[in-house]
Every structure is written in C-alpha cells, then in structure tokens.
Ligand binder design. Sequence first.
Ligand code: SER
Length: 336
Amino acid sequence: MAEKQVLVTGACGEIGQALVQSLAKRGGYRIFSADLAPLPDAIASLVDEHFQGDLVIKAKYFYDYDFDVIFHLAASLSSTAEKSPEVAHRINVDGTMLLLSMAAYRSEKYEKEVKFLFPSTIAVYGFPSLKEKTAAGQIKENEWNNPQTMYGCTKLHCEKLGLYYSSFMGQRHLDPNPPTMLDFRAIRFPGLISAFTVPNGGTSDYGPEMLHAAAQFKPYVCFVREDTKISFMAMQDAVKSLLMLMDAPHENLTYPVYNIAAFSLTAREFSEWSLKSFPEAKITFEPNIQRQGIVDSWPEDLDDSMARKEWGWKPDYDVERFFNEYFLPEIRKRYE
Ligand code: SER
C-alpha cells in the first residue's frame, strides 16, 4: 500500500516529538514537519522533509504537497500567549486558517478528504469563580465555553473554523451533491506530562516542571496554590488519542470536538508523589496571581464519555500506573 503523507506542524514541541516517533514506529507514513526551530536529534532521522520558519509564511508551500493527514500542533501556549496576545492570535488563528483553507482547497479540487487533526485544550473552558469550578466537577464539551485567556479564545475560535471549513463553507451542506470537504477532528487536551521532554509556555507546566525538578533534586517553587486542581494525562495517552481519532470512521463522529481525560490531581498531590519518589525534593508554593487566575478558570475534570462512546477512547494510564509504570522508571533513567 502507498505510504500516507502526513504533515506535523509544531513538530519540535512536546506532542510533536512524541507523535512523530509514534507515526514512524507504526510505519506506512511519509512524515513532513514544520516548526520555527530545527528538528531535534530525537526525531530528525524520522522526518522526510522539514519546513523551518514562520508557518504563516511557509503555509503557501504546502499547496504543492499531497498530504493525506495534517496534525496542526503549532501554537502559542497559554502563559506565553498572555504576554503577547496579538502575536499569539496571529500564530494560533492565522496559521490555522491558512492550513485549513489549503486543506479544504485540496480536498475539493482533488476529491480526496484531507484529515485535519487539531489539538484543542481545557483552556476553552472558563469559570467566573472557584466556587463554580468546584461545583461543576466533570464538565461536558458544550458547557462553560467562556475562555479567559487568549490561548483559550484562539483555540475555541479555531475549532469553529475547522467546523466551518469541513462542513459549512458556502453553505455546501445544503448542496444535494456536496463537494469533498476536509475532515476536521479536534481533541481538548488536559495538561500533558512527558518523561522525555519538558514543557514551555503553558500554565499546566507546574505539574511536569515539579516532577522533573524533583527527579534532579533541584528546588522547585510552584506558581500555583496547593489546592489547585486540573486534569492531567501521560503524553503516550495524548498521542494514542490523536491516532485513535485519526483512525475513527467518519460516520461514528457526531460532533468532531472531544474531551479526553485520564486523572485529576491537585498541586499538593503532585508534591506528595514527588516527595514519595524523591524524598530530598524541595518544593515550595508561591502563587503567581496571573498564572493562578488562568488555572482557576480551567475545569477540575472533564467528562470524556463522547470520545469513549464514539471512537472507543480509554486512557492506558491512571494516576498510579502513570507514576509507577511510566514516569518514575523513565525519569530515573533520564537523570541517572
Ligand atoms: N497545557 C496547556 C497550557 O498550559 C493547556 O492546554 O497552556
């Protein structure tokens, strides 16, 4: 069978690196990548061609390629985006729109559905106060869609753009013989944790930062309160979810934007796990008002029953397995 051509934007980021490795391991893909940075050694040999530079400028080159699948991961994350909201808007929205319109054009012109996988986020949700957040518990996709960050606003907007380009452009859904449209699918990710890479620019970063610091016996000053609670997930499960959603039959998907969840932890529980595994760890808490405000507006937990029902989603790692079978063994090897 011919190899499928896959484009991964943001390939040098945490999800990007793990995804490229998983695609290469699966086999059957010709992998193209794009990022502001050059490819790191961990994935350089797995990629056929890398486009380095600003995606808003590079996107025009992609019209010459015949991608079957696009994983558009490139984005400015929540804490970075709050420092320069207009720059983040350009990266997150303009970049996404250029890729969506290119994929829609190619799908229609060559009558071949291009699959477009988009990582959305818990940042699309927004609670006005902690009281509502705590009372809400697990929330569904259509609840509390009131983002309080530029990151959340741009991701929610791009979900809608994906739906527009894949279903409604020119009111084509009303056409008795609609043209082939791109096939847009999105996952709202919780905070992700990898033992192999360290995050940068997000606000859920306190979880993985604390664990990586503890494993290196470096003191860590946590920028949120001890009782701060949001949803987290192992990086392998995040990559697994993207591949599962890519493979899911189109007819099973009722609304292509899905929550997924694995476990919810407070920052205190993160520090307890860190101290249990690395008793010399030094963790203190000094909340930063802006970053605290961001995570306080995010849900404690997510209802992922739609993903479970429509494409068989189930995480491999609950909190115990995450620490005992993945994170701790891998991190010990890494910093030994
Ligand atoms: N991890 C992201 C961030 O903190 C949230 O999806 O920005």
